[in-house]
Design a protein around this ligand. Sequence first.
Ligand SMILES: [Zn+2]
Ligand SMILES: [Zn+2]
Length: 145
Amino acid sequence: MKCPKCNVDLVPEVRHGVDMNLCPSCKGMWMDAQELDQLENEAFDLGEDAKGTLVFDAAPTTQKCPVCAATLQRFNYHAYALEMAFCPNQHGYWLDADADARVLELMKDEERGYERSVRAEYQWSRTMQRMRSGSFLTKLKDLFR
Ligand SMILES: [Zn+2]
Ligand SMILES: [Zn+2]
């Protein structure tokens, strides 16, 4: 496989425990959907629903898929300001140098946000339970007995 940018051979490499193909020249990365998924799961393991829609506002690039030579489409990863490209025939994703580190950062932010909302929901339901149980009122009445 050739780098879509530099046309040099991609070198298989394991980063963050994920198999991918690295360009030795521009340090860009090619990974298939499963590998990108693995990378996301390195930081974020809440299932597909929590991860949301991957591709927003795709636009054609001048680069070609290293597998089928179809024109790669640029998109903003999960609507963040992180651009990637993907093969329209689903061969994989092209990440620029260090984009993998950004993916991990973004996923960690998502996870923190998700934990926050879960905690907030949990506290809210506990508050509601306490209100419904009437124990607070009972205690108040006890005070005046
Ligand atoms: Zn390259
Ligand atoms: Zn392709």
